[in-house]
Design a protein around this ligand. Sequence first.
Ligand code: PMP
Length: 389
Amino acid sequence: MASKHKKTAAFVKERLDFLERNDLYRRLRTVEVEGPAAVVDGKEVIHLCSNDYLGLSQNKQVIKKTIKALQEVSQCSSRLIAGNHPTIMELEGLLADHRKTESALVYPTGYSANLGAITAIAGKSSTIFSDELNHASIIDACRLSGATVKVFRHNDAGHLDELVRQTKGGSKIVITEGVFSMDGDMARLPEICSIAKENDAITIVDDAHGDFVFGPKFSGIPAKFRTDVDIHISSMSKGLGCFGGYVATTEHLRELLINTSRQFIYTSALPSHLCSAAIAAIPLAKVGDLQKKLYKNIAYFIDAMKKLGFVIGNSSSQIIPIMIGPERLAVEFSKELLRQGVFAQAVRYPTVRKGSARLRVSLTAMHTQKHLDAAIDVFGKAGRKTGII
Ligand code: PMP
């Protein structure tokens, strides 16, 4: 028994050493968020990596309504057994209205919504066409579905067209993100959707980062580009500042998911008080004052980063990658920023390609001009100190 443990320990140690040697080791930090600021490992800093883009997770009205709704911690059951609380159905109605679809289905997280929807509609005889920068949950879903997966170059409609035309037989599914989670650029949906339509392919858009931020009534990237997609997938833990995931689509597809989606059937329902939180947050996310502030912050920060000489790719959203390249340098830069009072995480392989490490800055409506100016000053100082600019 003891020798077995020794062997396991050696194997684990080897893997951890490998990560350390390659600057890929990740360490957990404690983070307590206070609006646009945070206390990271005990140090107060400006928070520049929040997904709470509108600041709704700390909205007093949302919190009050969530507490009022809190009757039980969880339904302690899957939806098809005894977990289908009326609040979850009410939320689904609001989400369908929001995305202008026939229906919506809530999942416990955005991750499981991707897994659940993609594996339910794609099988061995399908071909999935997936953008090379799609999120890990889409990649995992593609693998789990057993479909043939053809990866098209990022946002390259010509490459997608070539791959789709080469594919004969079986169902075809095109999947992209709306706003790309690590690059902050938007999918070329008009071109992508027209290629899909011409070739009878189903379109799926994971709009986790565009939802409640862009588009008419902030209903996301497909609506922004006036494109008709078959399946919308999103997370409620970003623009909406809540928790959970959802799929918005047709009534028939919703029924298919309820009947066949393993990540829907074999897991506990999203607790009803979290549904109440989302119900309280949706009207606040529809007003537009928060997005107006956020857009102003985006324009200001992007301009400042460019003036300082940072490379930020093609971002046109609240997600602004500060491109670094080597993993070690990205970590060093992130540490220097933290020392000087700014929290922006380094993102490395396997989240992004090897050698394309970056800082993933994300802005919120809560940042004031003062926060941004202080952060920009620190970026300049830390950038010069580390030789990045
Ligand atoms: N899709 C994308 C594009 C994401 O960035 C994320 C979260 N980082 C998810 C899905 C998963 O969402 P959740 O956190 O709700 O599981």
